[in-house]
Each structure stands twice: as C-alpha cells, then as structure tokens.
Design a protein around this ligand. Structure first.
Ligand code: ADP
Ligand code: ZN
Length: 718
C-alpha cells in the first residue's frame, strides 16, 4: 500500500496543506490525480508518495480516520519539475498564498488542477509504410504525394475514398499525437554594431560577478539592442534566455525586432489561446526553443538551462500580479537566477526606487546609457492649464498644443496624444444635488461610454442605461463631467478635419488583435495622430513621431496613494520618450494644473536623479517603501456579520504581533463584496512574513470565515 500526499484545488476552502490518500500502486510525484474531497471529485497534484507495510485497518487505527483511495491518475509524466515545485513552495511562503494557487498560476491551463481537467488537443497523422501494396494507378498517385507525418485531415482532402483504401491495404497507418506548434522561419537581418556605450554595457553584464545588473538608460538609448546582443551571446553558449516585457509593450514592432534576429522564438503572452500557451510551454520544456519573450507569467516557464533573464522596463507595475498569489516577476526572476546560476539584467529609463537604491549601494552592478542613439532628447514644454482657462482657451487642447499639432500636420509628421486617465474619466453628476451616478454592486462612479451611449462600471463591467432623472433628487439635471479619449477625438476632428486619427483605449482594443492592428496602421503612416490612454506610452519606436501631447498630466497626482508621484513621473517620462527618436527633433507638451509639482519639474528637465532625491526623502520621512516592507491583508465578504467576526479575530491576532500596523480600514465595495484592509509594516521582511503566515494559518483553521487575501509589498494602496 502507498500513502500519497496531494494538494487539492478547492476554491471555497483556503487550505494550505497536503492531504493523504491511498493507492495500491506507486504514483510519480507531481502527477495530477483525481480524488474525492469534501464529498466532491477534485483534481489534485501529488507532492509525495511512500510505501507502507500497514494495511487499511492498521492505517485507520493509526490515523484515526478512514483514508480514501486515489480515484484516477491523470498524467503519465509529472506536470512540473523539481525546480519549479520548489519555486512554488518559495512563492507560497513569500506571497502568503496557498501552494496550490501558486502551482496553478505557474502552469498553462491545460496542466492546471482545475476541476474539469481536459487533456491537450490531439491531432491525427499518417505513417507512410514502405512495401508492395498492389495499388491502382490513382491510388499510387495519391500514395506518392503523401509524406511522413501528414495530417489526416490534409490527406483526406485529396480523396477520402482513396485514403480509406490505402489504410485498408496497409500502405498507410493512422496515429494520434499532441498538436504542436509549427514554426515558420523568416529571413534574419544582421545585428546592428553596438555603439561604444552599448558595448560597455554588454561587456559589463558578461564580466561582472554580481548576479544582477541595472541598465539605466534614457528612452531611445538603445537598450533593446543591448538585450539582443546579450541574448545572442548566451544562446551561443547553449543557454536559455528569457526577456520579460510589460504586457502592452509586447507590440508587433518589438516582436518583429526579435524575430528578425533569431530564427525560433517563443512569444508568451495573454493573447495566446490555452492550446497555444500549452504548445509553447512544451517547446520550452523540451528544449526546442531557447529564447522566450514574454509577459509576467513567462518567468515560470520550464527552461532547461537558464543563462540570462532580462527585465525590460523593470519598474513597470504590470510585473506585479494583483490576485493571489500576488507575486512580483522581478523577485521570481531573482529566485530562478539563483537556482540556475543565471544573470539578471534589469533595464529602465525610470528604475524602481528599490532597484536604483540597490545599484547605488553596489548590490547590483550599475550600467548607464547616458545619451540617445540620435544624441538628442526631445524638447519639453509644460503648459499651465490654469492660464488656459483664465484666457478662456480650451483646457482639452491648449492653444500651444493646437499650434504644435498644426505644425506637425503641415510637416507630415505624426503625433501621439496621451490621455492620462488614472482617476479621470467621464462621469455623470447631477447639477442640482451634486450626486454622482454609482455602480450598485461597487462603490465606484460609473463611466460614461459615448460610443455605446451607456454607463459602465470599470470595476465589475456591469452596464446601465443612462437615466433621464437624477436617482437621488429626481430632477432632470444630469450632466457629463470630465472627458475621455472619444471626446478628445471629436475635438481634434473638429479642429483638423483633414487629419487621420487613430484611437486606442479599452473600448477600441477589446477585440483580440485590435491593439496590434492599430499600432501597425500608425507605423505605416495611416494615421497622423494617435490618441490613447496609458497603452500608448510604452515601447513604441516610430521615427516619424515628433510630437507627444500629454493631457491632464497631473491627474494621477491627486491620488493619495504613496506611489502616485513615482507612477506619474514614470508615465510622463515614458510617453515623452516616444518623441523624436530618429533624425527629426522631438517635442513634448505636458498640460497640467499642478505645474510646480516635483514630478512634473523632474520630467521637464528629464532628470531622474532629481526626482529620486525628493521622492526618497519623502518615503523616508513617512516610512514608506523602499524604507519598509508592507504586508496588506484584505478581508472580503457579502455577509456583513461574518466579515465583522472575521475581522475581529484577525485584528486581535495582528495586535499581538510586534509590528507597526494601521487600524482596519474599510475599502470600497467591489462586486457586492464588502472589504476591510489591514496594513502591517516592518523592515524585516522574512520575520514579518513568518509571523503573518502563522496568523493566517490560525485564521484558516476556522470554518466559515470571510475570504482573506494577502499582498506583500503592494504597488498601490487604493
Ligand atoms: P530603448 O530600448 O533604449 O528605448 P532602442 O533599443 O529602441 O532604445 O533604440 C532606439 C533606436 O535606435 C531604435 O530605432 C534602434 O533601432 C536604434 N539603435 C539602437 N542601437 C543602435 C546601434 N548600435 N546602431 C544604430 N541604431 C541603433
Ligand atoms: Zn460595479
């Protein structure tokens, strides 16, 4: 008899420990199995299997309960390697999340332990058999045109009846195999010769004995070219290379740039279907491809011999997952590099405060690219919107921006117009009583979507018809407030009837592939102006763009979040970096009310260090990260009594810990869930993690408690 320890998937129970089942035969570790758990069939993953000489009855007496049998073994081979299983353990500890949720976020859907595990997609193919088969002329002709491994569906297209005959006569044999990705090689262009500075950075990474290097280079300084040279070098050593990029920076242009240089590359991102993800996962696992460009979750791919991990725009918030497990891909990358003795290159024009601090201290190697490849930074002008309003000019498109756009059109250049929308989108208010239309399930103002003429909640996506009368006071006095991309587009069309305008926002890219399509059209010069939200601030490298206009640049600064100045600074620097990247000089216009803010001043002077000094001083005084670590616990529930009960249980435990913490804070309701947040802070992360993990374990021992989510080092505190 074998004792099998498994981790079970069960959404309603947040348990984080293995359960023991029985099996007559041994089962390999890390295979998935089916078990009965809480009276229902569940998928689980085997973490351990050991022989026991005891029989059922003896085991029952020893353990005090009747053990159940494993129902079925799903996999023939382990779904995860030893390295990745250890990584899941580490992830579970450092993010205070159940191990099974960590495993499931590391695996492609086909390999997850979701309840209805469906296998990978299979395809049918033919073997061609050599020999004498007594074929008619027609049959012979079809037989000759077949090749080994041809898809059955392809072969049958020629003639289903002849294929049947060939099968009958034994000239071909059908077999089944997992569907897999077919690469189509493209021509490769040669690598650009590195400039002196780029070469120094390149050699820096190879020669250092530090694990991590920070490549701090202004936008357009040629960082991407350095990655590609490094990738080539590591591939030549037969090592695997991973290039992580922020979600929206994986543009068609970026993909082209990598594809041009390397024959076979895996692109791993959210637009892949489940089957495609699985196929790419397998290709990495089998060592078929050695270079991957991917977003956050690519950091979990089963590389065989990892040599180098590059994190492009390492400061980008999309590297942090905001549901359980709330991991940061940068930390996972460090962990993998450590186990694989690989190197990590972090790169950014606006590094995270934490990475920059470590590089200054010498924990990381600091590498700098001080100037742009074209040796000219764009000229930056800040437009004070208060003045514009005083002069009765439009505060959407200021007179200065209007002039620049006109010049841009006259010279056949292109412009990017960025609408900084964080906390700033069109809402509906009552002019009479001042109330705002809110979502009924969330404490969030509804956003007005002009295209569809509806109101939409951006928290839960619920939509509403626009009412005639204010639901609060009953007067017909509802008015629109604020503006969105659509409104800007309309205003531009009125001003420049001949301009061709593209728009990129949540609505226009909801369809799969729409994002790339708009960018491709802009690249081909089919639009003069591209209007968009945050999505267009990153990664774009178009030589014809000489103007970037940023509307309500300081909108994010009105947020109370500890990180909002840094995020505003990053966004404005990134967006500015899109202008004047080739021969023609670039210009950037920043429209803001709060023009004296240090984040805006720092952007105006393109001065990261200036921003860094002021921001760090503020973080230090307020004891915010990176001077401390934060652990955020969020309780959520539809049931208010249970929530209160859970909260007081948790609070009492937290109060007894020796860590600074805030009193519970009631957050906005989301999707009918009432929520509380507790923040705990300390410099000693491992100590704090351990104590909180113990507290969470105590909490989970109780039945019928509210849902608890942990977020270690959250990037936002809403
Ligand atoms: P970054 O990633 O730092 O924003 P890029 O790598 O996109 O910068 O480089 C900016 C532009 O300069 C790109 O168009 C790129 O093709 C070009 N470039 C980069 N390195 C070189 C080089 N060594 N020689 C010529 N052009 C280069
Ligand atoms: Zn809602």
């Amino acid at each position: 008899m074998y004792l099998v320890e498994v981790y079970v998937t069960n959404a309603s129970l947040n348990v984080n420990r293995p359960f023991t089942y029985l099996s007559e035969t041994p089962i390999q570790r890390f295979c998935r199995v089916k078990v009965i758990f809480h009276h229902a069939e569940n998928a689980a993953i085997v973490s351990d299997c050991r022989y026991t000489a005891s029989d059922r009855e003896e085991l029952r007496q020893e353990y005090g309960y009747e053990m159940l049998d494993i129902l079925e073994v799903i996999d023939e081979e382990p779904v995860i390697s030893e390295e990745l299983f250890d990584l899941a353990f580490w992830l579970s500890r450092t993010t205070i999340s159940p191990l099974i949720s960590c495993l499931n976020s590391m695996l492609p859907k086909t390999l997850k332990t979701s309840r209805n595990t469906s296998g990978p997609k299979m395809v049918r193919k033919f073997h061609i058999i050599d020999g004498d088969f007594d074929l008619t002329a027609k049959q012979q002709a079809v037989y000759d045109s077949l090749y080994e491994g041809i898809l059955s569906s392809e072969a049958r297209k020629m003639s289903p009846s002849i294929i049947s005959k060939l099968l009958e006569k034994g000239a071909i044999q059908e077999y089944e195999e997992e569907s897999s990705y077919q690469n189509s090689p493209i021509d490769q262009t040669s690598f650009k010769e590195l400039t002196k500075d780029q070469q120094k950075a390149f050699e820096g990474v190879l020669e250092t004995d530090r694990m991590v290097s920070l490549l701090f280079g202004v936008t357009g300084s040629g960082k991407t070219e350095v990655y590609l040279h490094l990738a080539r070098h590591y591939l030549s050593l037969n090592k695997n290379v991973l290039i992580l990029v922020p979600e929206i920076a994986l543009t068609p242009q970026m993909i082209e740039r990598v594809k041009e240089r390397f024959n076979d590359v895996v692109f791993y991102h959210s637009e892949l279907s489940d089957q495609e993800r699985y196929e790419q996962y397998k290709r990495v696992k089998e060592g078929e491809v050695k270079i991957v460009v991917g977003t956050r979750s690519a950091v979990f791919l089963p590389f065989q011999d990892l040599g180098l991990i590059i994190i492009d725009e390492e400061h980008d918030p999309s590297y942090k997952q905001d549901n359980t497990p709330c991991y940061h891909a940068r930390n996972v990358a460090f962990r993998r590099a450590m186990t694989n003795q690989a190197k990590v290159l972090l790169a950014s024009a606006t590094p995270s405060l934490e990475s920059y601090t470590r590089a200054l201290r010498g924990d990381y190697q600091m590498l700098r690219l001080e100037s742009r490849i074209n040796h000219q930074l764009p000229k930056i002008q800040v437009v004070d919107l208060t003045n514009q309003i005083r002069k009765k000019n439009s505060y959407i498109i200021s007179s200065d921006l209007d002039n620049e756009l006109r010049t841009c059109l006259d010279n056949n250049k292109q412009a990017i117009i960025l609408l900084n929308r964080r906390g700033y989108s069109p809402i509906i208010k009552c002019a009479e009583c001042g109330s705002t239309l809110m979502c009924q399930d969330c404490d969030t103002p509804l956003n007005y979507h002009k295209d569809e003429n509806i109101l939409k909640c951006h928290q839960c996506s619920r939509t509403y018809k626009i009412p005639k009368y204010c639901p609060n006071c009953g007067k017909p006095s509802l008015i629109y407030y604020g503006f969105g991309t659509k409104k800007v587009e309309e205003e531009l069309k009125l001003r420049y009837p001949d301009a061709r305008i593209g728009r990129m926002d949540r609505d226009s890219v909801s369809r799969k592939g729409a994002h790339s399509e708009i960018l491709k059209r802009f690249e081909k010069g089919e639009f003069d102006f591209l209007i968009g939200t945050q999505m267009i601030a990153k990664g774009l490298d178009y030589p014809n763009v000489t103007l970037v206009g940023i509307l309500n640049a300081d909108a994010g600064l009105m947020h109370q979040d500890y990180n909002s100045a840094k995020q505003t600074f990053d966004l404005l620097m990134q967006a500015s970096g899109r202008s004047g990247r080739a021969d023609s000089p670039g210009k950037v216009l920043i429209q803001a009310f709060n023009t004296d803010h240090y984040a805006i001043r720092a952007v105006m002077n393109q001065d990261y260090e200036y921003f860094y000094r002021i921001e760090m001083n503020y973080r230090n005084k307020a004891s915010y990260p990176p001077y401390t670590h934060i652990c955020e616990l969020i309780l959520s529930d539809q049931n208010p009594e249970r929530l209160e009960r859970s909260l007081s249980f948790l609070q009492e435990k937290i109060d007894s810990l020796p860590y600074r913490h805030y009193r519970p804070y009631q957050l906005n309701k989301i999707k009918k869930q009432l929520r509380y947040r507790i923040l705990i802070m300390d410099k000693d992360l491992p100590g704090m993690l351990k104590a909180i993990q113990e507290t969470v374990d105590r909490y989970l021992e109780n039945r019928n408690m509210s849902h608890l989510k942990a977020d270690v080092d959250p990037l936002y505190l809403e």
